[in-house]
Design a protein around this ligand. Sequence first.
Ligand code: HEM
Ligand code: HEM
Ligand SMILES: [Fe+2]
Length: 456
Amino acid sequence: MRYKSQSVAYWYFAVAMVLFGLQLVFGLLSATKYLGPDPLLYILPFDVTKTIHTNLLIVWVITGFMGATYWLVPDESRTELHSTRLAYIQLVLWTGMGVAAVIGYLFRYGTGNKLLEQPLPHKLIMVVCFAIFIYNIGMTIKRSGRFTTTEGVLVLGIVSTAVLFVPALLHYENYTVSIFYRWWTIHLWVEGVWMMIMGAFLAYLLIRLSGADREVLEKWLYVIVGLVFLAGILGTAHHYYWVGVPYYWLPIGGFFSALEPLAIVGMAMYAYGAMRRSGMSHPNVLALHWTLGSTIFTLFGAGLLGLAHTWPSINKWTHGTLITAMHGHAAFYGAYAMICLAMITYAMPSLTHGRPEKGTSIGYWAFWLQLAGMFGMTISFATAGIGQVYLERIMGMGYLDAQLKIQIHFVMLIVCASLFSTGVGLFIYDFFRYRPRLDVTEPGVADNDIAVGRVV
Ligand code: HEM
Ligand code: HEM
Ligand SMILES: [Fe+2]
């Protein structure tokens, strides 16, 4: 850690870890309900556990993004953060909002708009948090006078995340109108502007971990992120099939969303290419596992499994089935959970006392168990989803009868989810077993600049 104020990142990461753990508890609760009978039916029904599961996901991932940004910006701009006080106020408000939302859901206090169920007061607090965050980062960069491309893409991603939250603040009585705008937030977050955030973290990590040239990596960053973004904007229309909007959205959605995986392939090739060209000049091999792992799993979950159901003639059968859950898990985990875990793994040796730079064996177990578990979960959802589509949508069997026939896949889901949760448990244990460190460890230039004997 080169700047004392980077230590705020530790507390953001710590909150993210706790919420990640809690997210899995509600995931497991949701999964067991598929096996029935459900003793908690009237206290914690499926809709409540699922809402809490997905909301905790969104909150912890954004907490991870915020922490990683507070770590990255001082490093890139070579200065202390504008205000650590503001960063802590933001964290307290943000965490308070997240916890209050979860408690609210337990008492059925929510808006029912999938993934955006937070009531208006909570949403307004989120807006305040985004404002504090953007102000703090902006002032830090402005004061330093050094603004890198990596930071530019990151800041653009963060500002756009906040702007795209605006449609989520409005309430529409008409269901078609409501669903139309819901995707402006959800789809444009995950397939548009969060890709910028992921791309920026990826460039930052690759520059430092592989020793590859900043100029080359940053040039490609522009191209790839630009491509995802362009295809992603009109790709929104892959959510506009049969929701009450005009027919012309079908070909637009099919064509542009089918282009999205191209850029995701580019991203994985970019990461692998950087590694091959420059080799490893950094000892933190565990962070490299998470970084490369993230691009490959995104290729699988978002690129391949997204493409699998994005064409209208397929989506008309698979829409809203367990095929969606298959893709949602692998894509979200690969792109956003894993890139956060990569940033955490990169920063932790400097943020704590005594954590070895190259990672611990517990850390490697955490990586492989999570990967194996999530892969198995994805396949479980896929097999359940294929069965569901044939029985329910093609043969016309009733929803609950079809669910009874595919129960066996949920046994496999729970077994794989237990493996996955063990991996997450080990990651969390590996995180908290070292004391946080609040002082500067390596004053001077960036790690990679030292490694390659160059100061840029
Ligand atoms: C990292 C990137 C991505 C993430 C995190 C992600 C995540 C998700 C999630 C959570 C859903 C369910 C949303 C809901 O029903 O509320 C979803 C739906 C969908 N995604 Fe993605 N996705 C990503 C990229 C892609 C890509 C690249 C494609 C296409 C090539 C794609 C195609 C689809 C389709 C077609 C649906 C609608 C499924 C349905 O009709 O039920 N996704 N995605
Ligand atoms: C212990 C591990 C987990 C279990 C057992 C689990 C289980 C579940 C279940 C049963 C659902 C409801 C599916 C449905 O609507 O029928 C769900 C939804 C969802 N989960 Fe998980 N989950 C786990 C971990 C995760 C992780 C790590 C992520 C992301 C990083 C994630 C992302 C999602 C998303 C985006 C949805 C909504 C999908 C949709 O609406 O189609 N889950 N999960
Ligand atoms: Fe989408």
